[in-house]
Design a protein around this ligand. Sequence first.
Ligand code: SF4
Length: 535
Amino acid sequence: MIERNHTQDYMMESPVEKNKKLIEDITDSYPKKVSKERKTHLVVIDPSEEQHIMADVATIPGIMTNRGCSYAGAKGVVFGPVKDILHLTHGPIGCGYYTWNTRRNLAEPEEGYNYFIKNCFSTNMQEKDVVFGGEKKLYGAIKEAYEIFKPKVIGIYATCPVGLIGDDIKAVAKRAEEELGIKVITVSCEGYKGVSQSAGHHLASNTLIMDIVGTEELEDPTPYDINIFGEYNIGGDVWLVKDLLQKIGYRVVSVFTGDSKYDDLAKAHRAKLSILMCHRSINYTNRMMEEKFGVPWLKVNYIGISSTIESLREMAKFFDDPMIYENTEKVIEEELKKIKPRLDYYKERLKGKKAILFVGGSRAHHYQDLLKDIGMETIVAGYEFAHRDDYEGRKIIPEIKEAPHHKILDTYHFERVTEPAYPQEKIEEMKSKMPDHFMNYEGMMVHMEEGSIVIDDFNHHETEELIKALKPDIFLSGIKDRYVFQKMGVPSRQIHSYDYSGPYSSFEGAVNFARDMDMAINNPIWKEVTPPWKK
Ligand code: SF4
C-alpha cells in the first residue's frame, strides 16, 4: 500500500510529469524485479518522446491479472457466437461453464437453421479420462449430441488437460465426419498455449481459414457485398450496424462472428470488402483472407458518432459509387437528426466527467471516441490481451520480436487460390484513395491525450492506486474486475457484456451509452457512499 497525500503531491506539475511520478510510485512498491518489468507496461502519453510499450508477454506469477486463457479466446470469443455450430468443449466442466454466455453475444433463431447459442456442451472430463485418455468419451459425446440435436456442424475445442494427455481430437473429428456424415471442426486451443486469450483468437482464425471460409459459393453476388469482422453482437451491436449499412445499400455476406451462421462464414471469400472492428481478435483472418482470396479490409470504428460517420464515409470512398455516396450522407443526416435532442440532454449532464477504460484488445480504444462524443474524457486506458501493434500501430509489426509462445501458434501464408472480385490493380487503386489509417491500423496511443496513461495487463493493485490518485467518475471494464471498484465507491460498468444493456454501436447506441453513463455516474446513491480515501 502506498502512503501519501495524492492531491498535494501532484498538484503543481504538468499532467505528464505528475502522472510519470505517479507511475513511478506505483511500480516502486513492487519487489525490484517485478517493478522493472511492470514499468515497461505503463506509459504516460508524452508527445515530446518516441514511446513504446511492452505487451503480449506472460503475466508475472502472483499478480492478479484479469486475462483469460487461449481456450476462452477461441471458444468464448471467436467461435462461441456462431449460432448453428454445436460447440463442444472437450475438457472439465469448469472450462465450458467459464465460456457459457458471459459475453451476451445476442443471436436470433432463423428458420431452417439450428440454434445452440444458449447451450453449453462439454465432455465433462474426469480424473479417469485424464489417466486413460478422453478420445472415446469425446466420440461418445459427439454421437450423443448428434442423435439428440442433429447439428449440421459440431465444433470441438480442446482445453488444458486434453493437450497434456495428447488426445487426438482431429482423428476423432475425422472419424465422426465419416460415420455421421456431418462437418466436425476442431480448434486445438488448450488454455496454456499463449499468455492470454489472444492465442485463442489466432488459433480460431486458422480454423476459420483452413476449414470454413471458401468452402461454399455465394450464389447471387452483388457489387456491394461486405463482411463485418471483429464484431460479436454484444447486446445487439451488429443489428444496429447492419441496419445502417443495409440502408446505405451494402449487403452483409457474413459477420465474424456475432449472430452468424456457418454457411455465411463459408461464403465470406466472395465479399468485395471486409470491415474490421476489433483489431486484435481477428486481424489474422483478414490478413489470410487477403492473401488467399484477395478480399481487402479496412479498419473501421462504429462505436461513437464521429467515428461511425468517418467510417461510413471512408467505406463509400472505397466503393466510389454515386448511389453509395448519396445514401451515406442521407443516412448520416437522418440518424443525427433522430438522436440530437436526447444526446444533448445527456451531454449536458456528463460534461467533463473522467473515465478509466480497461477492456479487451480494442474496446479501450473504440470507447474513447464515444466518450469524447458525449463530453467525457479518458484519463487511463488499458488492454488485457493486446499486442504492441494494438497500441503503437501496424507499423511496429516488423520490430516485434517473436516470443517463445508464438512458436507454438502456426502462422499460415497463402498463394491466391481464387480470382478476387476485383483485379489486384483495381484493389490497389481503391486502397490508394483511402487515408492510411484505414488500411494500416495506427493503434490506440496516437489518439490519446497528452498526460493520459496507457497500461498493458492492468492489475488490481495498479488500478486501486490509480483510482485513489486520479479519482475517475467511472471505471469501464470487464466481467471479472468491476465489483472491486464499485465497492471502492466508483461507479463501474461492463464494456465486455454491457451488463444487461446495449447496444452501444453507431448512432442509437451512442444514446443508449450516454443514458447508461448518466444513470451510473449521476445516481444519487453515490452521495451515500464514502470512498476509502475520504474516510
Ligand atoms: S486455462 Fe485451461 S483449465 Fe483453465 S479454463 Fe482455460 S482451458 Fe480450462
